[in-house]
Write a protein that binds this ligand. Sequence first.
Ligand SMILES: Nc1ncnc2c1ncn2[C@@H]1O[C@H](COP(=O)(O)OP(=O)(O)OP(=O)(O)O)[C@@H](O)[C@H]1O
Ligand SMILES: [Mg+2]
Length: 161
Amino acid sequence: MRWLPEVPPDRTRPVTEKRLHSEAETVAFAEEFAHTLKPGDVVAMHGDLGAGKSVFCRAVMRALGVKDEAMPSPTFAIIQEYEGKDCRVAHMDWYRLTGGDELDAIGVRDYMQPPWICLIEWPGRAPELLDASTRHVKLACVDDDLEVRRVEVLTTWPKQA
Ligand SMILES: Nc1ncnc2c1ncn2[C@@H]1O[C@H](COP(=O)(O)OP(=O)(O)OP(=O)(O)O)[C@@H](O)[C@H]1O
Ligand SMILES: [Mg+2]
């Protein structure tokens, strides 16, 4: 048999790429994604204002067993903590930050270890805090359709995040 050189996988290509036609489809996709998560995982949520990052995160948290009726946006608190079934969940929004120092000071790295699963909106504010094991999810509006989103799941920082 001829020896074939092994081609390294292209880690910049999305693992999954899909069109979501409604909020319900985003929720269903997020629930499926949640089942791939384990304590210690960090998920960076990319996308513009209103792309659906919080909708996605809330669906992930419900699928992880979070029972809280209210899941307020962490835009002002920066971190919201929840109890899941077999994990704790930290939902973060770094939108208002200008760098990682502030996050370091509030001990953000503790949430990137078991028993936590850490979901981060606006991760681009402090990319230096994220390592290569981070899972990346990118949501984007499609054309001018109010209901349709494109989702990509990646193992590296998305282009034009
Ligand atoms: N297919 C869809 N998936 C997700 N959200 C959708 C979809 N279609 C419409 N929406 C609406 O888009 C909005 C998404 O808001 P959301 O707060 O999740 O955005 P966000 O990305 O978290 O924004 P921000 O950066 O301001 O935190 C919601 O009002 C939701 O009802
Ligand atoms: Mg949000």
